[in-house]
Design a protein around this ligand. Sequence first.
Ligand SMILES: [Zn+2]
Length: 442
Amino acid sequence: MTRTLLRGGTVIDGTGAPPRPDTPVLLEEDRIVAVGAEGVAAVVAGGPAPDEVDVTGLTVMPGIIDSHCHSTLGEPASNDELFHHRDPAGAALMAAFNVRKLLLAGVTSFLDPDGLFNIGPALRDAIEAGMVEGPTMRAGGWALMTAVGGTAGRMIPESGTAGYAEVVRDRDEMITATRRQIKQGADVIKIHVTGSVPTKRGELQVWTLDELRTVCDTAHDLGVRVVAHCRGAGATRDAARAGVDIIFHASYMDEAALEAIHEAGSSLCPVFTFLANLAEHGAKAGSTSAVQDVFRREMEDTGRMMRRAYDEGVPLLAGSESGFSLTPYGHWHYREMEIFVEHLGLTPLEALTTGTKNGAIALDQVGEVGTIEAGLRADVLVLDGDPSRDVSLLGDRRRFRHLWCRGKEVDLSGPWPERRPLPGEKLATWSAVPLTWDLVHP
Ligand SMILES: [Zn+2]
């Protein structure tokens, strides 16, 4: 039996309670078995002496839970790359390589709502089986879309699957696809309630309330939750009315939408990180200012209602949308908590609960992970610094001293995983602008 005693550290338990200095934490196998001097003494008295780790002056907190991370996408810079430059075997190997970066960034669990070629459930099982080193994963399969498209316009085919999309054209196909995905191991069913069409501004609602109900009822009957991408007030409202469990983005949420969310008991995961990275740092990565403005406005407009929802008790989840070139793996998983402080006015301690305790809602593992409490899984991060004063510290991996995931200590000492590009992985362009006669003869 492995017993490890963390001694002398300040515990931030993830419940929103203030930090507790000099609080010992005892781990046994894959569990936290005691927190605090009294509890630890009682357990230690009845068994073998634990290995002691001196964490004096350090913070002991739950591992980060990312409620929205696409582990199989491989950091594409565009939909063209994502939909036309990936193949199933290569994407699976790449995902196995990338999930280790999440661990090194302090992430001990994540929800992958949808991904390429239905790789998610197999990757989850490979991690569970000890074949791939990574955080505990909960995974969806393909994202369900109507043929109008969803986030990728004309790249979405008329039927069948492409990339992370599965097109469902009518209610029969919605039921069939939902049942098949569940048979194939999906932990959640993901719906793209809104989608972009090249000739239209913004995203359109491409599912009816009735269609949404069809998927929710089919999934719920089989004990599986439904999550949904909603960029628009009407979509958010209808998703909640249909019974969607977790609503991503909820952009421009209005009164009716918030009311429906209350009634349904849905959780909100705004996933501002992608927008904020683009709006605030996109210029450094070569994004255009027009795109930056669109996302800045969306974040400001949505932020006000999101804060209200939080004040009224709707669970707020921290999801990073990691997996794209603007949100590469292992860099921004903490960032949503930072945005909640900066843009929603949460205290750092409140923000920490969204990326720890509330993350258990995303995983459907409430009472199993997310806090430092006796009986919960030993997912524990030890770092130098006080994130209850500044959550941004969680972005600096150099501060991490120890990490346990499912009770196993992760080696944080090695170099960051680097790789060379795979053949055919990136878009190859002939030129950035047309080579006109005028360009050559200024
Ligand atoms: Zn996403």
